[in-house]
Design a binder for this molecule. Structure first.
Ligand SMILES: Nc1ncnc2c1ncn2[C@@H]1O[C@H](COP(=O)(O)OP(=O)(O)O)[C@@H](O)[C@H]1O
Ligand SMILES: [Mg+2]
Length: 245
């Protein structure tokens, strides 16, 4: 589904991803973990062309991104397949919940307003936001905005959904609701890659975790294995497990 080969990304003379290779298969839910500054957000952003990179390749289905600035057509073909939910949601402030979900299907996919509206209502129902379809982002709680952002990403019918720290602005109660929603999407076969620092969240959802540190994947495996018995000292430190015996 997504294949990353030898990805290197620099900001000026600082290398923030160095030769990262990873494969995300169809239907998989992968959690990206690791200390702050390790390159998680950068990697996620490279997966749908939000960020350019210096060497390596990113392949999504039969489309690929090469180093440097991608061509617009190439970017769009990737972005239609790979949805992104930002940490701060980035909803259109001047549009209602319904308006936010309709926007891209009408303007990018060319759906009729009627068709896009029907579909948007189904998606708002799916994320539990039907009762708030007329609300503007400033009138919604963080959790509500996030659910609308998820509905908006799903409106493009992506094959993969990328999320950057989706639990970071949520109360513990809301985290449970998010997990329930994402479990339903997982059951429908949606491939997801999520950055998180919440171990319980990773444990509940992910089929695999990758640990990024200093621009390298230092560890990967099943959540139960990596989270309870990490091999790498840096992973142990990150998880607060102290030294290996
Ligand atoms: N636009 C940018 N310009 C310069 N450095 C950046 C930029 N974005 C991120 N970085 C640096 O890249 C490194 C990786 O950042 P990031 O991918 O955001 O890490 P994480 O999400 O794991 O916390 C950090 O050292 C960060 O300061
Ligand atoms: Mg980050």
């Amino acid at each position: 589904m997504i294949e990353v080969r030898e990805l290197t990304k620099r900001y000026a003379d600082r290398t923030v991803l160095e030769g990262v290779s990873a494969t995300f298969s169809k239907g998989e839910v992968v959690a990206l973990l690791g200390p702050s500054g390790g390159g998680k957000s950068t990697l996620l952003r490279c997966l749908n062309g939000l960020e350019s990179f210096d060497s390596g390749t990113v392949r999504v289905g039969e489309h690929s991104l090469e180093p440097g600035r991608a061509r617009t057509a190439q970017l769009w073909s990737i972005r239609r397949r790979v949805g992104f939910v930002f940490q701060q949601w980035h909803l259109f402030a001047h549009r209602t919940a319904l308006g936010n979900v309709i926007e891209a299907p009408v303007h990018v996919k060319g759906l009729s307003m009627k068709e896009a509206t029907e579909r948007a209502r189904e998606l708002l129902a799916k994320v539990g936001m039907s009762h708030r379809e007329g609300a503007y982002p400033s009138e919604m709680s963080g959790g509500e905005q996030q659910r609308v952002a998820i509905a908006r990403a799903l409106a493009m019918e992506p094959e993969v959904l990328l999320m950057d720290e989706p639990t970071s602005a949520l109360d513990p109660e809301r985290v449970g609701e998010l997990v329930a929603l994402l479990e339903r999407l997982r059951a429908e076969g949606l491939t997801m890659v999520t950055v998180t620092h919440e171990m319980r969240f990773a444990q509940a959802l992910a089929s695999r975790v990758l640990v990024l540190h200093g621009g390298h994947i230092i560890e990967e495996g099943a959540p139960a294995e990596v989270l309870s018995n990490p091999r790498h000292e840096r992973t142990r430190a990150f998880l607060g497990l102290g030294q290996a015996a």
